[in-house]
Ligand binder design. Structure first.
Ligand code: PBG
Length: 326
């Protein structure tokens, strides 16, 4: 029998766009930026070609360039001029992130400014909390995370994003924010964050490598997925507004499960190593960067992510701006 149901009819060039199930919009994208208090001009990050650390004085202009493409949301990571045992530069009212947020908000009040709330960039040992006998103490770290989040909110942050995987971090931050009158500041929690080798280039970029051990004691073990659902559930109960799965590409199954189980606004972090792999291959001429990026980001959306944090956000936004769709 000749086939009656011909699937190829749907693939005719003029029909394809009509039945496309998943789309990518500039509203789905969050651009990460590194702000470095110790530099005077932008410095390219060697393990992330095309990405830069920006001086505090220049970050607002860079955000302005992105806003022109339609991009609206940015997440900031800080490189402070001084580090200590407890990461006190993280909650300094005059710290690198606090200054960066103030300058962006002064120039671009409509930009959505998200701040990463973690201690690893601010501690001398590079771990995401207070350390005793080479182990990260959970509960004493919470107080510092609360103070840090409040200082970001005071500077004008719209969303704080705790990424340290401490137990109870969302509740501690929600309580601190509410006590200080920042009940409209959202929390985007790195809820299911895996102990991943894909963060390697970020640690160069943010100067947040650790001096001993690893992060297995707080970040999740890659083979686990039920545990990711329990992590996400706890963060929802504690008051997270948006939950995140990180990294994205090796964890698409986790995105699907989290989205279908909880139906929460769900973000996925297309991390530094995922960026570096594509860039490295593209520079060699082994992959077509734009097509690879489109396919990767669409796959993350198709898995159920509402938002994607990606170092490709600016490039993609520029292309969306130019062509309408990609
Ligand atoms: C801080 C933090 C990390 C990333 C985001 N926030 C690094 C880490 O946990 O070691 C990684 C982002 C990326 O690789 O792009 N805790």
């Amino acid at each position: 029998m000749f086939p009656k149901r011909r699937m190829r009819r749907l693939r005719l060039e003029r029909i394809r766009p009509l039945i496309r199930e998943t789309t990518l919009s500039v509203n789905d994208l969050i651009m990460p930026f590194f702000v470095d208090e110790t530099i005077k001009k932008p410095v390219e990050i060697s393990s992330m070609p095309g990405q830069y650390r920006y001086p505090v004085e220049q970050i607002s202009d860079e955000v302005g360039n992105c806003l022109e493409t339609g991009l609206k949301a940015f997440i900031l990571f800080g490189i402070p001029s001084s580090k200590d045992d407890i990461g006190s530069s993280a909650f300094d009212e005059d710290g690198v992130i606090q200054r960066a947020v103030k300058s962006i908000k002064a120039d671009h009040p409509d930009a959505v400014v998200i701040t990463d709330v973690c201690l690893c960039e601010y501690t001398s040992h590079g771990h995401c909390g207070i350390v005793e006998n080479e182990s990260v103490l959970n509960d004493p770290t919470l107080e510092i995370l609360g103070k840090t989040a409040v200082s970001h909110a005071r500077a004008g942050a719209d969303i704080v994003a705790p990424s340290g995987m401490m137990d109870g971090m969302v509740e501690a931050i929600r309580t601190s924010l509410d006590e200080e009158g920042y009940e409209n500041v959202l929390i985007m929690s790195y809820a299911a964050k895996y102990a991943s080798a894909f963060y390697g280039p970020f640690r160069d970029a943010a100067d947040s490598g650790f001096s001993f051990g690893d992060r297995m004691g707080y970040q999740m073990d890659p083979p686990n997925s039920d545990e990711a659902l329990r992590e996400v559930e706890l963060d929802i109960i504690e008051g997270a507004d948006i939950i995140m799965v990180k990294p994205a590409l090796s964890y698409l199954d986790i995105i699907i499960k989290v989205k279908s189980e909880f139906g929460m606004p769900t973000a996925a972090y297309n991390v530094s190593g995922e960026y570096a792999m594509v860039k490295a291959a593209a520079i060699q001429g082994w992959l077509k960067e734009e097509e690879i990026v489109n396919e990767m980001l669409i796959s993350i959306k198709r898995a159920g992510a509402d938002l994607i944090l990606t170092y490709f956000a600016k490039d993609v936004a520029r292309r969306l701006h130019e062509y309408g769709e990609i």
